[in-house]
Design a protein around this ligand. Structure first.
Ligand code: NAP
Length: 307
């Protein structure tokens, strides 16, 4: 029987682990096969306090993991296949074979990249279609690329890709960006980036690899073809909550509803980070709520006579 089981290894999960381990709760953290969360697929993180010169996302996650390990977090690598929150103790099954019992659970499963939903997008994923510039940008040296989206992720991807590509077209469905001012300015100043406004990607072209996109200008109603060797989709994220459907209260978009910090609709189950945050979605806010979840779990254990 575990006092605390944490599901997820992004900033929320690892911060919860650091706090729970330092409170002598001997937490177990279940990290998926792709450990470290979204920051492992990002480039330079410039806004995480304490790193005046910035830090690469994967390095930040490696350090957070080492910090959680140093204080005695027990890591289990595997994907949680089901949970049972309707009875006590709480149960978490990993890879369909191992069931762990817990007095409290902290859910920090984060969010995943949304896809446009085109048939050829799925078919050409890994063959020119990507949601991760850091992972795949290197393969497009000297090529022309398309980035879809108008938020911070799209600007970050576009800027990063200009290290390799000769030209990056940002295709956005409106005539205004959603991205923060600083990210917009950086993209506007970059000679290699051009914007295609009021336009959606209607289809992704290519047999074995991407050869271009078919664009639809929503204002003019015109359809054009743009040659490109890669398409980077950066149109936002969806919370990873399918596992908890029917067991926890969620909002219309599938985010876990929390009250008083990180408390969910099931006593002893807490949620931290992007899985319960559709507004801020920053590494630092995820870490902050991870800390809160560990403190909330500790209080719950005290109140239920296990401390
Ligand atoms: P986002 O802010 O939700 O932006 C998504 C963008 O994709 C929007 O411009 C949206 O268009 C567009 N979009 C959504 N669905 C679409 C579709 N089906 N077809 C075409 N376009 C579509 O998502 P994000 O950029 O991933 O950012 C998420 C959060 O992470 C934000 O809070 C952001 O500040 C943060 N973030 C921060 C940094 C940083 O500071 N370095 C980097 C990355 C992300 P509309 O504008 O028309 O809605």
């Amino acid at each position: 029987m575990r006092n605390v089981v944490i599901i997820g290894s992004g900033p929320a999960g690892l911060t919860a682990a650091i706090y729970a381990a330092r409170a002598n709760l001997a937490p177990m953290l279940v990290e998926g096969w792709q450990s470290g969360g979204q920051l492992t697929t990002t480039t330079e993180v410039e806004n995480f306090p304490g790193f005046a010169k910035g830090i690469m996302g994967p390095d930040l996650m490696k350090d957070m993991r080492a910090q959680a390990e140093r204080f005695g977090t027990d890591f289990l690598t595997g994907d949680v296949s089901s949970v049972e929150f309707g009875t006590r103790p709480l149960k978490i099954t990993v890879d369909h074979e191992r069931t762990i019992e817990a007095r409290t659970v902290i859910i920090a499963t984060g969010a995943s990249a949304i896809q446009i939903g085109l048939k050829n997008e799925a078919r050409l994923t890994g063959h020119g279609v990507s949601t991760c510039a850091t992972c795949d940008g290197f393969f497009f040296r000297g090529k022309e690329l398309v980035v879809v989206g108008g938020g911070d992720s799209a600007m970050e991807e576009a800027n990063f890709l200009t290290k390799f590509a000769t030209k990056v077209y940002v295709v956005h469905r409106r005539d205004k960006l959603r991205a923060s001012k600083i990210m917009q300015d950086r993209a506007f100043k970059n000679d290699k980036i051009s914007f295609i406004w009021n336009t959606i990607v209607e289809d992704i072209l290519g047999e074995d690899t991407v050869s271009g996109v078919r664009l639809n200008n929503l204002v003019m109603g015109t359809t054009t073809t743009l040659p490109a060797s890669g398409v980077f989709v950066a149109i936002g994220h969806r919370p990873n909550t399918a596992l908890f459907a029917g067991q926890l209260d969620m909002d219309a978009k599938g985010y876990i509803v929390t009250k008083h910090g990180t408390t969910t609709s099931v006593p002893g189950v807490f949620a931290a980070g992007d899985v319960q945050d559709s507004i801020y979605r920053q590494a630092i806010t995820a870490a902050g709520t991870g800390c809160m979840a560990a403190i909330d779990a500790e209080k719950f254990l005290e109140l239920t006579g296990h401390r």
